[in-house]
Ligand binder design. Structure first.
Ligand SMILES: Nc1nc2c(ncn2[C@@H]2O[C@H](COP(=O)(O)OP(=O)(O)O)[C@@H](O)[C@H]2O)c(=O)[nH]1
Ligand SMILES: [Mg+2]
Ligand SMILES: [Zn+2]
Length: 372
C-alpha cells in the first residue's frame, strides 16, 4: 500500500522527519477498539497498541490516537504487530464533548473534555435523512462543527426517495449554508451517489457525520458497490477462542479516496470555539451589528434589527433561536474548558509531587508504604 494513497503528504512528512532515522515508520489509524487499534502502513494492515510511555505521558484523552490519525510506530516483525509511540500533528479534527465531560468536576467528571471523533479529514459529508427525522436545526449544528474544524463541508440529503418536496428543502438548507454544496441522494436506490465521487479522489479523506439512522453506512455501501458487511466485518480469534468483530471505520474506496464512517453517533455535543458563531451565523451577526445598542439582547430593546427582521419575515425565528442556543452553549463550554485546564495543571503538578516523594527513601511505618 502506497502512503500517498493513504493520505500521506508533505505536512506529515515534515513532522515525521525527526523520527525517520530511528527505525520508526508512519502508520494511519483505521479503527480503534478498547485497547488496540488497526493501522495501515507500508506493511499493510496491522493491529497496534499504544506504548506504555506514550499513554503515561498523555494527560488528555484528545492527545491519544483517533481514527484518521497518523502515528509514529515501530513494528514487531515476529508478532506482526505495531507499537504506537507518538501522534503526528493533526491537519484537522472533529471533536465533541466526551461522555466524561458531562459530569461536573466536583462529581468526579472531567469538566469539558474534548473527544476527537476523527482526524486529518479533508471534506466532511454532513448527512441528514429526508424522512420524518429531517431537522434543519440539526444541520446548523453540524455546520458549526464543520466550520470550526476548517474542513470543507458538503451537505448530503439522503432518503430523497421518501421526500415529497426536495426543491423546497434545498431552498431552506441553502439559506443556512452559504455556498455549501448540497446533494440530495438515495442510498438505497443508488441515486445521486455518483455526485459524491467527485469529492473522493485518491488520498483524500472524507468523514461522514450525521445522527445514527440517517444512512451513513448505506451511503458507504453504495459507494463501495458491495455490501460492506462482506468487506469489513473481520472475525478475529482471540487467545480464548472467543470471536470478536472488528469494525473498520476508515475505508479505502476502490476508486481511491478514504472514507470514515462514524458509527454510534447519537446527538451531537458541540465542541468548538465560541467565535465560530460569527462564521456559522454570518447572516444573524450581520443583522445584530445593526442593532441600536451594541450589547442588544434582541429582547425588548428599541432599535433591534434582529426583531425587526423576524417581524418582516427576513429572518427565520427558528434560526435566531439556534443562534442564541449555540452561542450560549459555546459560552458555557468555554467556561468549562477553563476548569478542565486548571485540573490538568493540578494533575501534572500532582504527578511531579508524587515522583519527588517516591525518591525520598522510605522509613519504618512510612504512610506511603502502609497505603499499599
Ligand atoms: N428510504 C430510504 N431509507 C434509507 C436510505 N438510506 C438508508 N436507509 C435506511 O435507513 C436506515 C439506517 O441506515 P444506516 O445506513 O444504518 O444509517 P447510519 O446509522 O447513519 O449508518 C436503514 O434501515 C436503511 O435501510 C435511503 O436512501 N432511503
Ligand atoms: Mg452506521
Ligand atoms: Zn438586537
Amino acid at each position: 500500500m502506497n502512503l500517498t494513497e493513504l493520505g500521506w503528504n508533505s505536512f506529515f512528512q515534515k513532522h515525521f522527519e525527526e523520527f525517520k532515522e530511528e527505525g520508526f515508520i508512519p502508520a494511519r489509524i483505521i479503527t480503534i477498539q478498547k485497547t488496540t487499534c488497526q493501522v495501515y502502513c507500508e506493511y499493510g494492515e496491522l493491529s497496534a497498541t499504544v506504548s506504555g510511555k506514550f499513554r503515561y505521558e498523555t494527560n488528555l484523552e484528545s492527545d491519544l490516537p483517533a481514527v484518521g490519525d497518523w502515528v509514529v510506530a515501530t513494528i514487531l516483525k515476529d508478532e506482526g504487530k505495531a507499537i504506537i509511540h507518538r501522534l503526528l500533528p493533526r491537519k484537522s479534527k472533529f471533536s465533541r464533548i466526551s461522555a466524561d465531560g458531562k459530569k461536573p468536576i466536583d462529581e468526579g467528571g472531567g469538566g469539558a473534555a474534548e473527544q476527537v471523533i476523527s482526524a486529518n479529514i479533508d471534506t466532511v459529508f454532513l448527512v441528514s435523512g429526508l424522512d420524518q427525522e429531517y431537522n434543519l436545526r440539526r444541520i446548523e449544528r453540524y455546520l458549526t462543527l464543520a466550520y470550526s474544524s476548517e474542513v470543507k463541508p458538503v451537505i448530503v440529503l439522503n432518503k430523497a426517495d421518501v421526500c415529497q418536496d426536495i426543491d423546497g428543502v434545498i431552498l431552506e438548507v441553502e439559506k443556512i449554508a452559504f455556498g455549501v454544496p448540497i446533494h440530495p441522494v438515495s442510498a438505497v436506490k443508488n441515486e445521486g451517489i455518483d455526485q459524491l465521487t467527485q469529492y473522493l479522489q485518491s488520498g483524500v479523506t472524507v468523514s461522514l457525520l450525521g445522527s445514527s439512522g440517517v444512512g451513513k453506512s448505506t451511503i458507504i455501501n453504495s459507494l463501495l458497490g458491495i455490501d460492506r458487511q462482506e468487506v469489513n466485518v473481520v472475525s478475529e480469534s482471540t487467545g480464548k477462542g472467543k470471536h470478536t468483530t472488528s469494525y473498520r471505520e476508515l475505508i479505502i474506496l476502490p476508486g481511491g479516496g478514504l472514507i470514515i464512517d462514524n458509527p454510534g453517533m447519537r446527538e451531537l455535543q458541540l465542541w468548538a470555539d465560541e467565535d465560530i458563531i460569527e462564521t456559522a451565523f454570518e447572516d444573524v451577526e450581520a443583522l445584530a451589528s445593526q442593532c441600536r445598542f451594541r450589547d442588544c439582547k434582541h429582547d425588548t430593546e428599541p432599535g433591534c434589527a434582529i426583531r425587526e427582521a423576524i417581524e418582516n419575515g427576513e429572518l427565520d425565528p427558528g434560526r435566531f433561536e439556534s443562534y442564541m442556543k449555540q452561542k450560549k452553549e459555546l459560552r458555557y463550554l468555554e467556561l468549562k474548558k477553563d476548569k478542565k485546564k486548571a485540573r490538568e495543571v493540578q494533575k501534572k503538578f500532582g504527578k511531579m509531587v508524587k515522583q519527588k516523594l517516591s525518591q525520598i527513601p522510605r522509613y519504618k511505618n512510612d504512610p506511603r508504604t502502609k497505603k499499599r
